[in-house]
Write a protein that binds this ligand. Structure first.
Ligand SMILES: [Mg+2]
Length: 394
């Protein structure tokens, strides 16, 4: 493990300063300095001092620790940040979220008094998630380039498993589109779906995705694998009347049963043509296609959608699942979503299950399915089947 070479403590309480300095020295941090205000900290940064780790009390006299985050971001502060507070945990969480939104690297957050064990754990946790933030802007593509990629069959699906919480059984996979670009390598959907929408070729993209996903589903079924495949659709996909008929036709042509296809519906912005989307989804549901409400809790009107549509499945967004066991706010939202789904007779998928603790947490409540990096990242189809064998064997 490598300890930060220069650590600066910003804390107005002299006793806390001494205590932290001592603890850091015990952990072999070579250089520790302290200052008692945000103004002093900024002055230090302005003189070009290179700080590796900043331990910041968010309750400071004068400029507070929340405001100082913006000033650090403006100065492109590139070191790590550890937030400390005597306030309740939710205040720290808010500050940490804000810091991340500013692109600052957060090592962690701790309530006072900081225990030596806590501090040592945090300093030791400098893992890949703390790699310097990816600051280079990704490349974006034109609608023409996307149209060509569709025609040249360069789009491919990665599959992220959904597993049952009680017996670990793999029950399905979510199709996540990738573009295998001949020069740029693997391109993520954020970099090209927007172009498809703007260029009016979203239905071509959707058709290509469905065709790919359905063919993979057939291949798996031919091997005796009983999986459901989930495809993401946005409310704007659903604005065309013909969408439901297209899905019926594509499935019929390949002999895919409606109940093996899950449509994960997201609502990432305010949609205009809700009536049309309701008709399309209603018709799909009538034919027994499974409807899933995706990223639940983050859209604009998830509750209204839940009221209007007979969804079969609810996916609790990652931001409410991951580490819900230690954050009372996330926990409250997570549990309410779970309870609501149960009352509405829906299956629940917890997204963002990223570590052993998240997985353990799910065992203690009635969540049906889980998805996330603890189980597996999205995989190409060949790797998916290999992964499945080892998951079931372990
Ligand atoms: Mg999804």
């Amino acid at each position: 493990m490598t300890m930060p070479s220069f650590c600066l403590i910003v804390e107005d309480d002299p006793f806390q300063c001494k205590l932290l300095t001592h603890q850091l020295q015990q952990l072999d941090v070579p250089q520790v300095e302290t200052c008692s205000s945000a103004e002093e900290l900024l002055k230090m940064i302005d003189t070009g001092r290179h700080v590796n780790l900043l331990i910041l009390d968010i309750n400071l006299p004068g400029m507070d620790g929340i405001e100082v985050l913006r000033h650090l971001a403006d100065r492109n502060y590139a070191g790590e940040l550890l937030l400390v507070s005597g306030e309740d945990e939710s205040m720290l969480t808010t500050a940490a979220r804000l810091a991340r939104a500013h692109g600052l690297k957060i090592l962690g957050q701790v309530s006072k008094p900081v225990s030596p064990k806590n501090l040592s754990n945090l300093l030791n946790s400098q893992c890949s998630s703390l790699e310097p933030k990816f600051r280079v802007s990704p490349k974006f593509y034109t609608p023409e380039e996307v149209a060509k990629a569709i025609a040249d069959k360069e789009l491919t699906g990665f599959y992220q498993p959904k597993v049952k919480v009680d017996d670990r059984k793999v029950v399905g996979a979510e199709y996540l589109v990738r573009w295998q670009h001949p020069e740029d390598g693997l391109v993520l959907p954020d970099q090209f779906v927007f172009a498809a929408e703007a260029g009016g070729i979203i239905s071509e993209l959707t058709t290509a995705i469905f065709a790919d996903a359905l063919e993979q589903l057939k291949r798996w079924q031919a091997k005796g694998l009983n999986l459901k495949v989930a495809v993401n659709v946005s409310m704007s996909d659903l604005c065309t009347h013909s969408f439901a008929d297209q899905v019926f036709e594509m499935c019929e042509k390949r002999g895919v049963k409606a109940e093996d296809l899950v449509l994960e519906v997201t609502e990432s912005r305010l949609e205009h043509n809700i009536t049309n989307a309701l008709e399309v989804l209603g018709r799909l549901r009538l034919r027994h296609f499974r409807l899933s409400i995706d990223d639940f809790g983050t859209g604009h009107s998830s509750l209204a959608r839940l009221r209007d549509l007979p969804f079969d499945e609810l996916k609790i967004d990652r931001s409410f699942t991951h580490r819900a066991w230690e954050d009372p706010r996330r926990l409250a939202i997570y549990e309410s979503s779970l309870d609501m789904a149960r009352r509405l007779g829906m299956q629940v998928v917890a997204e963002g299950v990223e570590d052993e603790e998240d997985w353990q947490f799910l065992q203690d409540n009635d969540c049906h399915m889980a998805q996330g990096y603890y189980i597996s990242c999205p995989l190409p189809p060949e790797e998916f089947t290999r992964w499945m064998q080892s998951w079931h064997a372990s």
